[in-house]
Design a binder for this molecule. Structure first.
Ligand code: PEP
Ligand code: CO
Length: 455
């Protein structure tokens, strides 16, 4: 992340357009029991320093514009839902390490810079299919993420608590502090990251990737021999992102940039609107249309070409490059049929978007023993389908959006170290969706790197 000490950000002035969303239907918001307490908390949040700087969000927009032209590739990854309890230094470090390791492999496959972005430092609010959850005849509010309530199944824990907005802000600030330290302080050194990847390949299960890794090895030796400036490769830019879901959090963290006089949502560099809240006349599209950050919108199997164009009208009417990313999540069995009409409609329109593949959310299944899971093979097949569609249409596959952790969890089925139904019982710790573990994430990077190379 670039630090931009020269672009201070002011706390908002009179900006009625930032509150137009309040008169529109906002799906997936909690029923806060005490409106006065909410008001006190949002006032306090409004007075807190921004978590990111406007200039950093502008840099990211330019990088995403490059991705839309095929001159860079986005890797966006992290938990489905971060939790306060899991935000330890070790967990944050391991997640960054996983993303950096994947990025080295992808850089080689793509022969392009990889834009590194975490679903981190703010990914706390979750959309749910039902407002309530029933267990053994007891019905309580659904868990909506640590920014709203607690996962524990008691009436007290499930009560939406506005104080959690402040806790989420503080947790995001301390995560970002670590992320900045790790990515600016030598931890991200290319040679070191490459050494970690070699360690991964010591396991015979991954022998299939040896040849590829040896090529990277030779490339690094070549760079060294040719006098590449490895000191300059000791730091990386790393961006934060989360689903822009909870408007009572996003609005108070929105600030007017003193350089440009324009509003930025300073809770993260990049915000995306989820599949369940992308209604054209809804509060989310209205709110995010008013901020200058680069934005994403998830597009699932029901999205039409017309939906895509209307979203462009609302979120990027002028067709500014890098402003709008469509994150498609169709499912492995559908992507080859459902993605082409979207891409064709957008291409015919002419305004640029960055196309990113989320191969996770269209591939959910329930295992025979009752776990919410995904098959590694489906995940890879959706990415393959995404590349095939773009190749067929002459458009640009711009990035990958994945749910992963740096840990050794057993939540997704398959991969070279074959995780089967019974293995799911071993280390299944996600609070919401299943994540690729460290090894599966790296394996995915090698497979996607091959696809990038074949483009
Ligand atoms: C998510 O990214 O965790 C999510 C809920 O995705 P979607 O909006 O695509 O369902
Ligand atoms: Co998820």
């Amino acid at each position: 992340m670039h630090t931009q000490a020269d672009s201070p950000v002011d706390v908002g002035s009179a900006t009625p357009e930032l509150d137009r969303w309040r008169s529109l239907p906002a799906l997936q918001q909690p029923a806060w029991p005490d409106p006065d307490e909410l008001a006190a908390v949002t006032a306090e949040l409004s007075a807190q320093p921004p978590l990111v700087f406007a200039g950093e969000a502008d840099n990211l927009r330019e990088r995403l514009a490059a991705a839309s032209r095929g001159e860079a590739f986005l890797l966006q990854g992290g938990d489905c839902a971060e939790s306060f309890a899991e935000l330890t230094a070790d967990n944050i470090r391991d997640k960054i390490k996983t993303i950096l390791q994947m990025a080295v492999v992808l850089t080689y496959g793509a022969s392009m810079p990889i834009i590194k972005m975490g679903r981190m430092a703010g990914q706390f609010a979750k959309p749910r299919s039902s407002d309530v959850e029933t267990r053994d005849g007891v019905t309580l509010p659904a868990y909506r993420g640590d920014i709203i309530n607690s996962f524990e199944f008691t009436a007290e824990a499930r009560r939406p608590d506005p104080q959690r907005l402040l806790a989420a802000y503080r947790a995001s600030a301390s995560s970002l502090n670590l992320i900045r330290a790790f990515t600016q302080g030598g931890f991200a050194d290319l040679r070191r990251v490459h050494e970690w990847n070699r360690g991964f390949l010591d396991n015979p299960a991954y022998a299939a990737y040896d040849a590829f890794a040896s090529e990277i090895d030779r490339a690094i030796k070549f760079m060294q021999a040719a006098g590449a400036d490895f000191e300059a490769l000791r730091t990386v830019d790393f961006y934060s992102s989360h689903e822009g879901l909870l408007l009572d959090y996003e609005r108070p963290l929105t600030r007017i940039d003193s350089r440009t006089g324009l509003p930025y949502d300073c809770s993260a560099h990049f915000l995306w609107i989820g599949e369940r809240t992308r209604q054209l006349d809804g509060a989310h599209v209205e709110f995010f249309s008013q901020v200058r950050n680069p934005l994403g919108v998830k597009l699932g199997p029901t999205a039409t070409g017309d939906d895509a164009l209307r979203l462009m009208d609302r979120l990027n009417p002028e067709g500014e490059p890098g402003r709008l990313t469509f994150i498609t999540r169709m499912g492995a069995g559908k992507v080859r049929d459902l993605l082409p009409p979207l891409v064709e409609a957008v291409t015919a329109d002419g305004r640029p978007v960055t196309w990113v593949c989320d191969p996770m959310h269209g591939n959910g299944i329930t295992s025979a023993n009752g776990y919410k899971t995904r098959r590694f093979s489906d995940v890879i097949d959706e990415v393959r389908g995404f590349f095939e569609v773009h190749q067929g249409l002459g458009t640009v596959p711009g990035g990958l959006h994945v749910e992963l952790t740096g840990d050794d969890v057993t939540e997704v089925l398959g991969g070279s170290e074959e995780i089967d139904d019974s293995a799911l019982t071993r280390r299944y710790t996600t609070l919401v969706d299943p994540r690729l573990n460290h090894q599966q994430s790296l394996e995915m990077a090698f497979l996607v790197a091959e696809m990038l190379r074949e483009r």
